[in-house]
Ligand binder design. Structure first.
Ligand code: CU
Length: 137
């Protein structure tokens, strides 16, 4: 990623991407807070992206995500569901708001989180690219 970013500077702007395309951010290996053992990270919600959109956590340890919306009007949410893996989260994140979600993933695997908001007749936010990956190791 860093190399690619450097090349962009040398060779000019990156190839044209969709306006909705989120900036490329490498996977985040969520650090364990030494004080309380919680794996804690901040995820930025925008229209229509999560940043970072790939989180790596350890199974069996609590995870706390600060979901911070930087939109001014559009409400978003955070849906992460896989009951077998201990994941059952559905939280609204209003424009400009920050909410905290806590969960403990129990089973290694790769799970998709997404925003299921949509306006009638329009594609859902997930269809516009608002989704990400929780990788449990
Ligand atoms: Cu959304």
């Amino acid at each position: 990623m860093l190399v690619a970013a450097g090349l962009w500077i040398v060779t000019g702007p990156p190839p044209v991407r969709g306006a909705d395309m989120a900036p490329q951010v490498p996977p985040l290996r969520v650090p364990v807070d030494q004080a309380d053992g919680i794996q804690r990270a901040t995820v930025i919600l925008d229209s229509y992206s999560y940043t970072p959109n790939h989180l790596i956590v350890q199974a069996g340890k609590p995870v706390e995500l600060l979901l911070t919306s930087i939109t001014t009007i559009t409400p978003h949410n955070f849906v992460l569901k896989n009951e077998a893996a201990g994941l059952l989260i559905e939280r609204d994140v209003g424009a400009g708001r920050t909410v905290t979600v806590q969960f403990t993933p129990t089973k290694p695997g790769t799970y998709t989180f997404y925003c299921d908001k949509k306006l009638l007749f329009f594609p859902s936010h997930q269809e516009k690219g608002m989704e990400g990956t929780l990788e449990v190791r």
